[in-house]
Design a binder for this molecule. Structure first.
Ligand SMILES: [Zn+2]
Length: 156
């Protein structure tokens, strides 16, 4: 499946991501550049929704976020967190505006405590930009201008 053995980058498909279908839960490989073609789940044939943040959990974080060929913005949040609700529209807007260029994901820290611990999430909301499986930068709290600047930098 991986075509990056020996450090050879597959330049033909630089925006491939593995996403869980929000309907049936099957992991699908999706080319973000083809988002406008409304890719469908290979299993249940329902649409893969790419114009909004995708929910990522403990079991698919590595495959979806760390193995993504495209940069990923991850929103670490919790349902009970009031400032997280201020960040949510910003995340929705970025997912919509950057469709095809980056993946926007949400991690519920209550449902994924191991992931939150791995990235030392001490307060929420925390937004982290990943590229090539590495954390590039993070923003804590509600910092829309900083987050937009980070996104512009990583998709440029
Ligand atoms: Zn499906």
């Amino acid at each position: 499946m991986s075509s990056e053995e020996g450090g050879v980058t597959d330049v033909g498909n630089p925006t491939s991501v593995t996403l869980r279908c929000s309907f049936c839960g099957t992991l699908n490989k999706v080319d973000l550049r083809r988002a406008a073609d409304r890719p469908k789940c290979g299993d249940c044939t329902k649409p893969m929704l790419l114009d909004r943040p995708v929910k990522v959990g403990q079991d698919d974080f590595d495959r979806t976020v760390l193995e993504s060929d495209a940069p990923v913005l991850v929103d670490f949040y919790a349902d009970w967190c009031a400032p997280c609700k201020m960040v949510a529209p910003l995340i929705d807007e970025i997912a919509h505006d950057q469709i095809g260029k980056m993946l926007v994901a949400k991690v519920d820290t209550d449902a994924a405590p191991d992931v939150a611990m791995r990235y030392s999430i001490r307060s929420i909301p925390t937004l982290i930009v990943f590229d090539g499986g590495e954390e590039l930068e993070r923003s804590m709290g509600f910092e829309p201008e900083r987050v937009r600047a980070l996104v512009d930098k990583v998709v440029a």
